[in-house]
Write a protein that binds this ligand. Structure first.
Ligand code: MN
Length: 280
């Protein structure tokens, strides 16, 4: 008998300003919810108006984490200290592993006044926090879509659904990252590794889950179990379905750096001041 996951918490996203003044909706890395191991931050930058996002995220550092940018509409132009440059367009994903250090900029470019996307921060285990930086970037056409019984469709960015495997690979926390569209009056049961923590970010429509009705936009943190059962009322719903293996390691965070100890944060800040960040 499959044990279905219940709802552990529902978080109302809070408006915050980040980067050079981008207005976004944050649901993890809030005073009321620091993290859901191994996930450290979740931002929704579907803009009310282009002016809210245009300031962008000029050159800034990261260490000890992975940042995952997934776009629905508009572009984010990026470049970094290890020679990468490009554009993350609609339906594309960029999975950036900062390791011991990277400097990069992320500049939103609305198209037809639309800029919609999400950024998730995934923690790195202590053994990989000072490893090399790397990127995995996949265009919309490289992300497979899987049709599920009951009418759901899932774009598989990382992990697998049935036999459909997402292109993002070799990530320490063995994540699943799905963009699920569930038509009206439909249901889906998504299996989850029993040891993983699970997030459902509902961004369009209403769903029923664990006997509750939830309306977009909400971050739903699920409890323990082996699968999640989600259904819709009359209308179509769309949500991100994200799972990851918790690390159970100490977290010391300071802005764009997430390490295990305060000493490691101090060391990082000292490298920044000395101009030796990122280390070769
Ligand atoms: Mn960044």
């Amino acid at each position: 008998m499959t044990r279905l996951r219940s709802i552990e918490r529902v978080i109302e996203p809070q408006y915050v300003r980040e980067g050079a003044g981008v207005l976004l909706r944050r649901s993890i890395a809030l005073p009321t919810l620091d993290h859901v191991d191994p996930f450290l931050l979740f931002d929704d930058f579907r803009a009310a108006k282009p002016a809210d996002v245009l300031p962008g995220f000029p050159m800034h550092p990261h260490r000890g984490i992975e940042t995952v940018t997934y776009m629905l509409a508009g572009n984010v132009a990026h470049q970094d200290s290890i020679g990468n440059a490009g554009v993350v367009g609609p339906g594309a994903v960029q999975w950036m592993t900062s390791g011991r250090g990277i400097l990069h900029e992320e500049m939103p470019q609305p198209v037809d006044d639309r800029l919609e996307g999400f950024q998730l921060w995934v923690n790195l285990p202590a053994a990989l926090k000072m490893g090399p930086a790397r990127y995995q970037e996949f265009a919309a056409g490289d992300i497979p879509e899987c049709a599920l019984p009951g009418g759901a469709r899932a774009r598989v960015i990382a992990g697998a659904v049935d036999d459909t495997r997402g292109p993002v690979a070799e990530i320490a926390v063995q994540p699943t990252y799905l963009d699920v569209t569930l038509p009206g009056s439909a249901d889906v049961t998504l299996p989850t590794p029993a040891t993983h923590n699970v997030l459902v970010y509902l961004f369009e429509g209403d769903i029923r889950l664990d006997g509750q009705t939830l309306a977009a936009t909400q971050m739903i943190v699920l409890g323990a179990g082996e699968a999640a059962a989600i259904s819709t009322g009359a209308r179509e719903a769309r949500f991100l379905f994200i799972t990851g293996q918790p690390l159970n390691e100490p977290i010391a965070r300071h802005g764009p750096f997430v390490m295990n100890t305060r000493e490691e944060i101090q060391q990082t800040l000292q490298e920044l001041r000395a101009g030796t960040f990122p280390p070769a």
